[in-house]
Design a protein around this ligand. Structure first.
Ligand SMILES: [Zn+2]
Length: 702
């Protein structure tokens, strides 16, 4: 490696280049139309974000960046800024002055506003392809990242953070060095604490421009940086930082998601709490229904559907016999909002004789309204009697009361209380009418909230209303650690017969803790949907390790990438030849007819053309980054051949086993999702079995 590709993540500062009195406020950022108008009125103050901020940290940092660029070239380093108004933005994005900062927000506001700006997701996406990533964030800005994100063992992260922030730092699989900074360190470097992070970055840049291969050594061995700073004339106070080796991180990662915040000791302390009183109830996994179907007779070699196939009538679900003999879930969750999406669907369900027959599923089916679908409306678009009738008429086993989500911008004081009360009022009406009119499905009451205490209060009330099945909503994107905090409060109100469901949370590593705190069911589509939504980890395995499927898109299906290639002069025939050669390469490699290198070469010949154009142009650096990243990912996949190890019926089927490892169209991608669901369910079953063994052995020993 000549010079590692560097990314610097920093934050917006209150001090700005322009300070008009009518700067944008948080309300402006909540409304696209209003934002457009207000931005226009401030257009004379518009400038790139890299020049907008004039706080000390930012100025010193940009001086450091200039030094690096003049030495290693402009491409060597990119800067991304977390703006409390705009989210994660590149330094060249034109912005107008605004007056919003995470520093003045309460913690729950920091998380909800950070979620609304999609900072976690954008950060995840932006770090791909960089080798050395410096993160210069204060406590509140750091929290918005909601670490960990997916990282690679070939990446190195350097965090500059205060002592109280270190609990939010987690670099996943990547190497990590955390430099903890205090007032003392600031005085040693004779600069103000506010500017210290930028000052240190500039210092590193200056050293890197003097000492050959310094960045490379920091990348390979981040502790080098610690030594370097200690050698400075005014060294930092000891102990300077905390460094974790990749190995110990991996060890921790296997046990639970967010080790960085909960220490192992704290996690153990959860298991030392008295076990939930409902522990004897079995635990179940539900999968949300979203028309996830495939053509059972798809011809992969010719890429043709079954003759005369009609998708809505002939395509089948993963639990139908031609795919898997046994379903890989205990139940299915059907949201009304999904049913209502297609006009004829409700009629089809009624015509089939109910939801169970429509889904051809013999297990239990839970119905809810699908609160995400109406999150922006002031009130849910349904009334209780209508929903009770709907559950009964379609034959659901469980029906969920009508709730309203308290997340993102809807968790602001004022709105949250309204939604909280509305959800509880609906639950009360739901169960009283359920009893009065003699409905036969099991009612489920939903608890929404914005803190452990508010959730606990809601659960307490639902128990008093005589619900035996309660669901916690609004936590699908909440960090595990915060869910545990909620459960610790909630579980004290459970009775031995209360079942407890977590909506949208399928986290295998956290199951022991969820279980201990009384969770008896959960739903998640994440293993399924990661098959096509996760760019890197989309083929899962029982060990927990995930691989990247090889991308061989259809030339004839005119995606944005293919259109771009055709318009920039590539012949359709040339592309088709590359496409077919790539398909042949992976199939022949699977059969053992060609070598890994030969196969990889053919796969990359097509793949490297596929960088997504932005505004009609492919960035050559991004293209090179893609090639480098995919070479590594595909090589790993080909070396291990995980699809040959899997015992699921899809991977065992000689007609489609290697096809699921190809990222190409619904019939391959969704089957890969089915396989991921199989893996997830198998791991879930292993957890339950291990738990039973533990219970048995405790019984024996007493
Ligand atoms: Zn499989």
């Amino acid at each position: 490696m000549s010079c590692p590709r560097i990314l610097i993540i920093t934050s917006c500062t209150g001090k700005k280049h322009h300070n008009p009195t009518n700067q944008l406020t948080i309300e402006d950022f909540k409304d696209t139309q209003r934002l457009r108008e207000r931005t226009e009125s401030l257009s004379e103050f518009s400038c790139p974000s890299g020049q907008m901020y004039t706080g000390l940290q930012h100025l010193r940092l940009m001086e450091g960046v200039d030094i690096l660029r003049s030495h290693f070239g402009k491409e060597a380093v990119d800067v991304k800024i977390i703006s409390a108004g705009y989210g994660l933005i590149p330094e060249d994005k034109a912005i107008v002055p605004y007056s919003v900062t995470f520093n003045s927000m309460k913690n729950d506001e920091v998380y909800s506003w950070g979620d609304y700006l999609r900072i976690h997701e954008d950060f995840q996406q932006e770090i791909v392809g960089y080798d050395l990533i410096f993160v210069l964030l204060g406590d509140k800005y750091l929290r918005t990242l909601k670490l960990p994100v997916k990282t690679h063992s070939h990446q190195t992260f350097i965090f500059f953070a205060s002592n109280k922030s270190i609990n939010y730092i987690d670099s996943g699989n990547a190497k990590l060095l955390t430099l903890t900074l205090s007032n003392k360190s600031a005085s040693r470097f004779s600069c103000a604490l506010v500017g210290l992070k930028g000052h240190l970055l500039k210092l590193i840049a200056t050293e890197a421009s003097r000492v050959p291969h310094l960045l490379e050594s920091i990348y390979n061995n981040p502790e080098t940086l610690e030594e370097l700073l200690n050698k400075q004339p005014n060294p930092l106070e000891l102990p300077l930082g905390i460094s974790f080796s990749t190995e110990s991180k991996l060890h921790l990662q296997n046990k639970s998601h967010r080790k960085s915040k909960y220490t192992e000791e704290e996690l153990c302390s959860i298991l030392k709490l008295p076990v939930a009183v409902n522990q004897h109830l079995k635990m179940q996994y539900f999968i949300p229904e979203w028309d996830d179907k495939v053509d059972a007779g798809y011809d992969f070699l010719q890429d043709k559907f079954s003759p005369n196939r009609k998708a809505c009538k002939d395509d089948i679900y993963a639990h139908e016999e031609k795919i898997y003999e046994k379903p890989n879930y205990d139940g299915i969750l059907v949201s009304k909002i999904v049913v209502d999406k297609r006009k004829s669907k409700r009629n089809d369900i009624e015509a089939a004789g109910g939801i169970q027959k429509y889904l051809k599923f013999s297990g239990e089916i839970m119905g809810d309204c699908g609160a995400f679908g109406y999150i922006k409306q002031p009130e849910p678009p349904y009334n209780t009697i209508e929903i009770l009738d709907y559950y009964q008429r379609l034959g659901f086993h469980y029906g969920v009361s009508i709730d309203h989500l308290i997340v993102g911008p809807f968790a602001q004081p004022g709105i949250r209380e309204e939604r909280y009360d509305l959800t509880l009022r609906n639950a009360e009406e739901f169960i009283s009418k359920h009893q009065k009119f003699g409905y036969t499905f099991t009612p489920i009451g939903v608890a929404q909230g914005w803190s452990p205490e508010t959730y606990a209060e809601a659960v307490k009330k639902l128990v008093e209303m005589e619900y035996d099945y309660i669901a916690i909503g609004g936590v699908a994107r909440t960090p595990t650690i915060e869910i545990l905090e909620i459960l610790k409060e909630v579980y004290q109100h459970l009775t031995p017969k209360t079942r407890l469901h977590l909506f949208g949370v399928g986290r295998i590593d956290a199951l022991p803790y969820f279980r201990h705190l009384g969770v008896t069911s959960f739903d998640s589509a994440s293993p399924l949907r990661k098959a096509w939504f996760d760019a890197v980890e989309n083929y899962h395995t029982l060990s927990g390790k995930a691989y990247a499927a090889v991308r061989i898109p259809f030339v004839d299906k005119q995606s944005q990438r293919i259109k771009h290639l055709l318009s920039s002069g590539y012949e359709r025939e040339t592309l088709k030849q590359l496409e077919q050669e790539a398909l042949k390469a992976i199939r022949e490699y699977d059969k053992g007819n060609i070598s890994l290198d030969e196969s990889l070469k053919k796969l990359l010949a097509y793949d490297e053309l596929l960088e997504l154009p932005r505004d009609g142009i492919v960035n050559p650096t991004a293209k090179a980054r893609r090639l480098r990243q995919h070479t590594q990912l595909y090589r790993e996949l080909l070396e291990v051949k995980p699809w040959q190890e899997c015992e699921c019926k899809i991977c065992q089927n000689p007609d489609c086993r290697v096809e699921t490892i190809i990222f190409r169209g619904n019939d391959r991608n969704r089957r890969r999702g089915f396989h991921n669901t199989y893996v997830f369910y198998k791991r879930f079953q292993e957890f339950l079995n291990a738990e039973n063994c533990n219970i048995d052995s405790t019984k024996e020993s007493t």
